[in-house]
Structures are given as structure tokens and as C-alpha cells.
Design a protein around this ligand. Structure first.
Ligand SMILES: *Cc1c(COP(=O)(O)O)cnc(C)c1O
Length: 482
């Protein structure tokens, strides 16, 4: 009875894995947030040979416990403020485990994962107040993939309006397509236009005001200029939460210009769209619901375990018309929406919806709202602490849950280029000290640290530690680099 022996050993190992995971999560807050890996530990992972004979499940778990779990990236810790990486929701961890046991392809068909994906995509739309006709969205690997899918649809629509079938003929014979963004737009938009053959030279970086926001008047002027030159304006990409400072663009005014000029409006809400759940912030997101497409990342602020992005669109036929390779006469009419694989790029698709369902259903709408609101409140508090600290400068008002700041001692004898060097080196120094983790950026030409609050378990005391660590690291670096 080989089969039942296998099942018994799985049952035991799974129970052991559950203990391991529970211990890992419980111990995390008492450990350094992150530490550089010792060379031997790095080599043990990077250079290990494929074992000739297989390892038993308990041995595998023991090896993972020894060589993998001690070296996390740091997200999960309440003092991790780097990039836009969340702690995993425990319910989502369980969802991942169950989903991999079923292991369907969520391309399409009549099985649980397909119907659950329809629901979680609708829930995501409801959470941010985006209209959701059936079929108007899907889960993706992340917002980068959601952006490629969205701009692929925008490209097809613009070409079609010019009497051109881009699916059959590619871009040849078309005037250059043009997209519009700002210096604060995420690089995934550039990646998408490069890949889609639009070319990054045809992605206009529109001038912004001093607040870095997308300027609808600049969009109008640039479109007029491009049309006069015979080019084909295609889309505008606005941000519902920039990655540098959490800034939300004036979406309603941009939507007006896009509607008037016939442009596809894409909104990047990867980090910030869920900020709309905070009643105090709701007004900033006015106009979000008018986008043609909205990219979001449940694997960021919603704490769904990686990977999980989501694309929502106004008109499901824009996606199906771009990606479906099933001729209409072969469509399976038992489900008029067809297969998810007709709405995007992936064919075999992972069962992402179970971890989303588990995370959202466990928290409930009220729990999610509370988490988001806690994060925005903490970020505003961090902004206050930075503004009060004698040697720090807050670089932008805290709009959502990101605070951007720099080390700026009042001493006029410190030359500007030295301060830039200090600020450039500052995030890594804070990371190496092990008590907090932030990452850096260049915000409108200035070296900055930026802390992103995504973890509702973070406390005000954690924020004080971050400020202390920033000051200590800044002073250390100033002495070293002077
Ligand atoms: C993270 C992020 C992206 C890219 O999303 P991935 O999920 O990493 O592919 C795009 N835009 C913004 C604002 C982001 O924060």
C-alpha cells in the first residue's frame, strides 16, 4: 500500500510545516528586520547541487528551516517600510496552501476556482468603487502584467479607430502611437510601451507642477501637438498613489480630458487604489471610476500573499477583443463570459482567487477599512514625527500611506553635495542596523528616504524607532563621508 504510506507521511509533514510557519510568524517581530546574509549561508543556497537521491519530507522541512526561513526579505516585520511589500495575511497563507493542493488551471471551465475568481474580482471593484459589468477584469501576476494587458487593449482600440487591425497587421502602417505619463509614473508603464512596440520615446513625460501631479492642461496641449504632427494619441496613464510619495493625480479632471479627446485612461492603482477605503481620503479618488482600466495589487496593501495583481476594465469586450483566440463560432456558450485566458496573456493560470477570498472574507469589508485607515493614520503620524525632528525634512505632504523625507541637519556648514551623498547612502545604513527597513528614491531630483506603511500591526513606537534610526544613521554617515 504505497499510496497510503505516502498520504500518512504527507499528513505528518504538513502538520510539521504548520508548526514551522506558526513559529516563524510568531518570532518575526523579535528578530532584526533584515540582515545581510552570511557568505556561507548565501553559498549554501546558491551553489547547492541537485541531490541524486531524493530527500524525505521531514528532511526537506528541516533543510528549509535551517537554510531558508532564517533569511527573510524583512516584509512581515512591523518595522519594514521598504518599497511596497506587505506582510502576508495569515488567512491568505492558508489559502495559498489549499490552492496548491487543488492545483487547477484557472484558464476557464466549470470548477470552483473559476467561479471564485469572478467573485473576488467583483469584490475588489466594489472595494474601490469601480463599475463592474460581468467579465470586466481578472487576476494577474501583478500590476506590471495588468498594465501590459490594459495597454494592449488600449493599443488595439486606438488602432481600430484609425481603421487598422493591430492583431493581424502589427504596428506597421500605423502612425506612431503615443502615451502620456509624468516623471512620477511607475516604470511598469514604460516597460509595457516598450514591449507593445509603442516605444518609450512615444511615452511623453508631461511636465507637472511642484507637487508632482499630472497636469490635465499639459495633457491637452501635448495631444494637440501630437495630432498636428500626424501621430496617434492612444492613452494617458495616471496614478492613484505614486510609489515615491503616494500622490494621487487629479483623476476626475484627467478623465474629462480623456473623454473629450478620445484617449484611453489607464489608472495605476497598484499601491494606492485601496486607499479609497479610508473615508478621509475618499475625495482624492474622485474620477477613479471613470477610467477605462485600473491596475491594482492585492499583494500590496491588502496583504494577499504574492503573487496577485488585478486588472479592472470598464468594457470587458475591450479585453476579449484583444486577447481571445477562440473564434466566436467556437465559443462555449454554457458560460457566455468564456474563459479568463481570453481576457489576458496567461493560458495556464494559477489559482490566485482562493488566497484573495480567504484574505478578504477573513477581514471583512470593515476589517479591511480599519487596516487601511490605520496605515494612513500611522503615515500621517510619521510625517508629524519627521517634521518635528530637528534634522529631518519632510519632502511631500503625506497623502496616502507613504512618507518621503531626508536627513537635513540645520548646520549651514554642511555642503549640499555631501548631504546628497549621505541621503543616498542612508536607507541601506538604516537597513544594516537591523532595527527598521526603509528604501530610498529620488523625489523630484532630491535623494530621499521613503517609508511605506502597509502593516496595521505597526505601532507608533515603531515609527519612533524609524526616526531614531534615521537620525543615528544620518549622523554616522555625515561623520564618515565628510
Ligand atoms: C508595485 C507597483 C507597480 C508594479 O506592480 P507589480 O505588482 O510589482 O508588478 C506599479 N505601480 C505602482 C505604483 C506600484 O507600487
Amino acid at each position: 500500500m504505497l499510496e497510503s504510506a505516502v498520504q500518512d507521511s504527507f499528513r505528518e509533514a504538513a502538520a510539521q510545516a504548520a508548526e514551522l510557519v506558526a513559529d516563524y510568524l510568531a518570532d518575526l517581530p523579535d528578530r532584526p528586520v533584515w540582515q545581510p546574509m552570511p557568505e556561507e549561508a548565501r553559498a549554501a543556497l546558491a551553489d547547492q547541487p541537485l541531490p541524486a537521491a531524493g530527500l524525505a519530507l521531514p528532511e526537506l522541512l528541516a533543510a528549509a528551516e535551517r537554510t531558508v526561513l532564517p533569511y527573510p526579505m524583512g516584509n512581515g516585520h512591523p518595522r519594514f517600510f521598504g518599497w511596497v511589500n506587505a506582510a502576508p495575511a495569515p488567512a491568505g497563507i492558508l489559502g495559498s496552501f489549499l490552492a496548491s493542493a487543488m492545483n487547477p488551471s484557472s484558464a476557464g471551465g466549470d470548477h470552483a476556482d473559476i467561479h471564485l475568481e469572478r467573485t473576488v474580482v467583483r469584490w475588489i471593484a466594489e472595494l474601490v468603487g469601480f463599475p463592474h459589468p460581468p467579465g470586466a477584469g481578472l487576476l494577474t501576476s501583478g500590476a506590471s502584467m495588468a498594465t501590459i494587458v490594459a495597454l494592449g487593449a488600449a493599443r488595439r482600440r486606438a488602432a481600430e479607430r484609425a481603421g487598422h487591425d493591430v492583431r493581424a497587421d502589427g504596428l506597421s502602417g500605423l502612425p506612431p502611437l503615443v502615451g502620456y505619463a509624468t516623471g512620477e509614473t511607475h516604470s511598469c508603464v514604460t516597460k509595457a510601451v516598450e514591449l507593445l512596440g509603442i516605444g518609450s520615446r512615444n511615452l511623453r513625460t508631461l511636465p507637472t507642477g511642484p507637487d508632482g501631479r499630472f497636469d490635465p492642461a499639459a495633457l491637452r496641449a501635448a495631444v494637440a501637438e501630437d495630432r498636428a504632427a500626424g501621430r496617434l494619441p492612444c492613452f494617458a496613464a495616471a496614478s492613484a498613489g505614486t510609489v515615491n510619495a503616494g500622490t494621487v493625480d487629479p483623476l476626475a479632471e484627467i478623465a474629462d480630458v480623456c473623454a473629450e479627446l478620445g484617449l484611453w485612461l489607464h489608472v495605476d492603482g497598484a499601491y494606492g487604489a485601496f486607499g479609497a477605503l479610508d473615508p478621509e481620503l475618499g475625495e482624492r479618488y474622485r474620477g477613479l471610476e471613470r477610467a477605462d482600466s485600473l491596475a491594482l495589487d492585492p499583494h500590496k496593501w491588502l496583504s494577499v500573499p504574492v503573487d496577485c495583481g488585478c486588472l479592472l476594465v470598464r468594457d470587458p469586450e475591450q479585453l476579449r477583443g484583444t486577447f481571445s483566440l477562440v473564434p466566436p463560432y467556437l465559443r462555449d456558450d454554457s458560460d457566455p463570459l468564456g474563459w479568463f485566458s481570453e481576457y489576458g496573456i496567461e493560458q495556464t493560470r494559477p489559482f490566485r482567487s482562493l488566497k484573495v477570498w480567504a484574505t478578504l472574507a477573513h477581514a471583512g469589508r470593515d476589517g479591511l477599512r480599519e487596516r487601511i485607515t490605520t496605515c494612513t493614520r500611522l503615515a500621517r503620524r510619521l510625517g508629524e514625527l519627521v517634521a518635528e525632528a530637528p534634522d529631518l525634512e519632510l519632502l511631500a505632504p503625506v497623502e496616502t500611506s507613504i512618507a518621503a523625507y531626508r536627513f537635513a541637519p540645520a548646520d549651514p556648514a554642511v555642503p549640499a553635495d555631501l548631504l546628497d551623498k549621505v541621503n543616498h547612502a542612508l536607507p541601506l545604513r538604516v537597513q544594516q542596523r537591523g532595527r527598521a527597513f526603509v528604501t530610498g528614491t529620488v523625489l523630484r531630483g532630491r535623494e530621499a528616504s521613503r517609508a511605506c506603511l502597509l502593516n496595521a500591526a505597526t505601532t507608533e513606537e515603531d515609527l519612533r524607532v524609524l526616526v531614531e534610526e534615521t537620525l543615528a544613521a544620518g549622523r554616522e554617515l555625515l561623520a564618515e563621508l565628510a
